[in-house]
Structures are given as structure tokens and as C-alpha cells.
Design a protein around this ligand. Structure first.
Ligand SMILES: [Zn+2]
Length: 150
């Protein structure tokens, strides 16, 4: 079901200028005419897709049909999952802040899905601290979650 294998995921994040949770993470390779990063994917064809959509899928797993992946930061090269959200072209930042589950994660327990995402990020070479920043959790806490639920 997953379009991307582990190697793809690793290579993908290697080509991203990964910074802190709130900064833009720019795609380091090719940029298409409209300013979005692009990458070739093997499935279903060797087609080019926009990197921010790939980043969203790698992180949150699924883009509902017809949905757009939008940038909060207006930087089209950016693939920081924190800066990406689903919506229509008319969504604005206020809607994002209200509807996003992201901010709730700071105060709620992590579910299985969160933990499995953390594991995938670990496999992709992220440090516990960076994963912790992404999820609003301490690095040591992330390590504990990942290792407890192997
Ligand atoms: Zn950004």
C-alpha cells in the first residue's frame, strides 16, 4: 500500500535541508517552473511529483483524493511537515490552527499511529531529538516510546 519504500524515504530526507521544527526545510534538488521541488517516484510510473506532497505522504501517510497540500509558510520549496496542511486553495492559516490536530499532540498521549511514524523517521535516519521536536516531545521520551513498542 505504501508508495514509497524505505530507501526512497531515506534518499528523500537526505535531499532536504532539515532544520528545526519551525524553520523551512528546503528541497535541495530540482525545482520545477512553478517553484515547487520535484522528485521522481517509481510507482506507479516513473513520474515526477511535487516534493511537498511526498513529504506530506511520508509523514502523515495519506492525501485524500482531490485535496491540496498547502504551505503555511508560502515557501514552495519547503517540505517541513509542520508547514504543510491539507485544504482547498481558499484555506487560510486560521483554519489550519483550528482544525489541525498537530498542536493537540503537545498535550495528548501518542497513539499507535504516532509511534509508528516516529519509528519510520528513526529508520530514515532522524535523531530522537529531532523526532521529538517534530512531535512536541522530548527526545528521550521518543526513544522510550519507540523501544517500548517494538
Ligand atoms: Zn516552510
Amino acid at each position: 500500500m505504501n508508495r514509497y519504500d524505505e530507501n526512497f524515504e531515506k534518499r528523500f530526507w537526505n535531499n532536504v535541508d532539515i532544520k528545526s521544527k519551525d524553520e523551512c526545510w528546503n528541497w535541495k534538488l530540482s525545482i520545477c517552473g512553478s517553484g515547487y521541488g520535484q522528485v521522481r517516484v517509481s510507482k506507479p510510473t516513473r513520474s515526477k511529483v511535487n516534493t511537498h506532497r511526498v513529504a506530506y505522504e511520508l509523514f502523515f501517510e495519506h492525501i485524500p483524493q482531490g485535496a491540496h497540500v498547502l504551505h503555511r509558510c508560502n515557501n514552495r520549496r519547503c517540505v517541513n511537515p509542520n508547514h504543510l496542511y491539507l485544504g482547498t486553495q481558499s484555506n487560510n492559516t486560521d483554519d489550519y490552527m483550528k482544525e489541525s490536530g498537530w498542536h493537540n499532540k503537545y498535550n495528548t498521549k501518542f497513539n499507535e499511529k504516532d509511534v509508528s511514524l516516529m519509528k519510520r523517521f528513526k529508520l530514515a535516519g532522524f535523531t530522537y531529538n529531532l523526532i521529538g521536536e517534530l512531535f512536541g516531545h522530548y527526545g528521550i521520551g521518543v526513544a522510550k516510546l519507540i523501544n517500548e513498542r517494538r
